[in-house]
Design a protein around this ligand. Structure first.
Ligand code: HEM
Ligand SMILES: *[C@@H]1O[C@H](CO)[C@@H](O)[C@H](O)[C@H]1NC(C)=O
Ligand SMILES: *[C@@H]1O[C@H](CO)[C@@H](O)[C@H](O)[C@H]1NC(C)=O
Ligand SMILES: *[C@@H]1O[C@H](CO)[C@@H](O)[C@H](O)[C@H]1NC(C)=O
Length: 595
């Protein structure tokens, strides 16, 4: 494995990465809260109430930060579903249930406009593609929705293989109990590698520079945007633009990452072309490699991609929207495992039932084939290395994942429970009138009150409780399904087109994780419980204590820890009889070698 994550400095920066993804720029908002000039005023509609400021405070930030959920609940009760607040140096109209849908489904509200206003995001993202760059072009959205999603089931084996392998050498196995101080960094590593295989394909993703770019592009993008944020005067922007050369400059870090993808993929793509031509000549079918890169190649005429660099640019933009968000969601899922161990156990039991059933079915299949061969006097069939290889009986397959309906319900409840704050600002391109007659004037911004959708009493009496299995058996309540009570992935034309992939990865990771660890606990439970509702796009580390399901032999544990400490610093290794407690530092976990 390459050592790019070994440098403690890069690890620190990685954790500070601003999660500026296409849909989720909440931290970018935070970054500007003290510095940027407030731009647009509140909507001109004076019937919309402005929340009263606390004595001695001139903005709502302090009150909101103290307890966002409580503040929002209070505002909803006092002012109704639509009210103005002054937050993050922005004048925002908070829109709550039942008017949220009217924001998501009205094309005169734009979330990218809102983010662009404070970060200048658009010109940077447009600088790395050569086609499809006009505002609102939906090519990547359509490709993910229409071409990737129908193929998703074909990716399960690859995703599971990669996650299993990387779980082994990041979180580690074999130890009886282990403290992981940095779950976020480890999940980042795991997911970036998985995404590289899904996006670029098996061969290209082998190049460590590719995974590196998948990890660091988000950070670099965030830093570049922040560089443009503090002072948006003409001369400041001029120097930022010159430095990063958003038009063609070599200093723009995104260019460097796109070039890394181009360099790694060129020989592979040429070889693919050659093989395809060869197959055509011989009249045999060409077996298309399965990855997003190939999808872009196949659709390039339809969508007018100019060249390989252009395609890699499109992939890079999708990476910015997908890696950080999925890492965030997966890490948060682990926190829920830690918060509610009894429910994690239910998921484990479901998984075991599903895999047992799969193994029984395959056993039956083999018996049938053996009986048939016997009947026909043929040789007993060999199953080694085939789909019916008994060694693979309990592998995580698409059909197994699909049967885990408790897990589906669990994730939906995690998504609901988790998003209880303000997120997803939108800017009005035209004056928009809500169905209650109130309006948002052109140029003003709204922000969605996620709490009012996800904690709406109409959902049931226990909205404040985490009840993960209440949706079991309700197909209309699948985790990917948007509704007025489920806006985790947005809604309407811009709903996240990658949500099926994200959910698949979460289910596979969760399944493999619970297979490995019988117990996941917070090192600091009180702090951990506060992480459960942290805003999407602002992931934070919370140390976890993992107990292995398969008690390691002392021998095995020792051999792994020796490997680890030879390449890095392992703090506090205490061996007491058969249990080994290892506190893995940031550096050590990243340099663990595959053993
Ligand atoms: C759990 C992980 C994820 C979360 C929470 C998430 C969340 C979101 C949200 C809320 C939006 C809508 C923003 C808006 O209303 O403007 C969005 C848009 C988007 N997401 Fe995701 N996302 C996730 C994973 C992914 C993945 C894996 C991909 C790619 C494979 C992806 C690609 C996109 C794209 C391209 C858009 C822009 C869609 C458009 O504007 O038409 N996302 N995401
Ligand atoms: C957006 O605004 C334009 C101009 O005011 C209007 O014609 C159009 O109907 C609006 N679109 C929606 C979805 O309300
Ligand atoms: C996006 O751009 C491509 C080419 O640049 C064009 O063919 C396509 O129609 C555009 N799509 C939309 C929805 O604007
Ligand atoms: C092993 O160590 C643990 C913790 O130090 C202790 O509670 C337990 O009794 C020990 N077991 C044996 C078999 O010595």
């Amino acid at each position: 494995m390459s050592g790019f994550l070994a440098d403690p400095e890069t690890r620190k920066i990685l954790r500070a990465a601003v999660p500026v993804t296409i849909g989720l720029a909440s931290l970018a908002y935070l970054a500007v809260k003290l510095t940027s000039k407030p731009s647009n005023g509140f909507t001109a509609d004076e019937s919309i109430p402005t929340v009263r400021l606390r004595e001695g405070e001139s903005v709502h930030d302090i009150e909101y930060r103290e307890n966002p959920e409580r503040f929002l609940e209070y505002c909803e009760k006092t002012y109704g579903p639509i009210f103005n607040i002054h937050l993050m140096n922005q004048k925002l109209t908070v829109v709550g249930h039942p008017y949220i849908k009217e924001v998501f489904t009205n094309s005169n509200f734009s979330s990218t406009d809102a983010i662009d206003e404070v970060t200048g995001l658009r010109k940077y993202s447009a600088s790395i593609v050569k086609s499809n760059c006009e505002i609102d072009n939906s090519t990547m959205h359509e490709l993910l929705r229409d071409v990737l999603t129908p193929k998703l089931q074909l990716f399960t084996e690859r995703i599971a293989g990669h996650l299993d392998l990387t779980l082994g050498y990041t979180f580690g196995g074999g130890f009886e109990t282990k403290v992981v101080d940095d779950p976020l960094g480890l999940v980042f590593h795991i997911i970036a590698g998985t995404m590289a295989k899904v996006f670029m394909g098996m061969e290209i993703a082998q190049d460590p520079k590719v995974t590196e770019s998948f990890i660091f592009c988000t950070r670099d993008f965030g830093q570049m945007l922040q560089a443009g944020v503090p002072d948006r005067s003409f001369w400041h922007m001029f120097s930022v633009n010159t430095k990063y050369g958003y038009l063609d400059g070599a200093l723009n870090p995104l260019h460097k990452h796109v070039q890394a993808l181009v360099t790694a993929s060129t020989p592979v793509i040429l070889e693919r072309r050659r093989r395809e031509a060869e197959c055509k000549e011989k009249g045999i079918p060409y077996e298309r490699p399965l990855d997003i890169m190939q999808i872009l190649l196949d659709e390039s005429d339809k969508y007018g991609f100019v060249d390989l660099e252009d395609m890699c640019g499109h992939i890079m933009l999708t990476v910015l929207a997908s890696v950080h968000t999925t890492v965030d969601a997966c890490t948060n899922m682990l926190y829920f495992f830690a918060a509610y161990p009894q429910h994690a156990e239910t998921l484990y039991n479901e998984q075991q039932d599903v895999l047992d059933e799969q193994a029984r079915e395959r056993e039956k299949e083999r018996a049938k084939l053996v009986a048939k061969a016997y009947e026909q006097g043929a040789a007993v069939p060999e199953f080694d290395g085939t789909d019916l290889d008994p060694k693979k009986d309990r592998e995580v397959t698409t059909s197994a994942i699909r049967k885990m309906v408790y897990f589906d319900s669990y994730l939906r409840e995690v998504f609901r429970y988790r998003s209880a704050r303000l997120n997803l600002a939108h800017k009005a391109r035209k004056t928009v009138v809500f169905s209650n007659g109130q309006y948002i004037s052109k140029g003003s911004k709204v922000i969605i009150n996620m709490r009012s959708a996800h904690y709406n009493p109409e959902q049931g009496e226990d909205v404040n409780e985490f009840k993960p299995f209440k949706y079991v058996g309700q197909t209309a309540k699948s985790p990917a399904k948007a509704a007025t009570d489920m806006i985790f992935f947005g809604m309407g034309a811009h709903i996240c087109p990658g949500r099926f992939l994200a959910i698949n990865e979460m289910k596979i990771l969760g399944t493999l994780f619970l297979q490995r660890y019988s117990r996941v606990e917070f090192k600091d439970r009180e702090a951990g419980m506060r992480r459960l509702t942290q805003i999407v796009g602002e992931p934070l580390d919370q140390a976890l204590i993992l107990t292995s399901r398969h008690h390691a032999s002392t021998e095995e544990a020792t051999s792994v820890s020796t490997e680890t400490s030879s390449t890095s610093t392992t703090t506090a290794t205490t061996t007491t009889n058969s249990s080994t407690t290892i506190s893995v530092t940031l550096e050590s976990s990243s340099t663990m070698v595959i053993v």
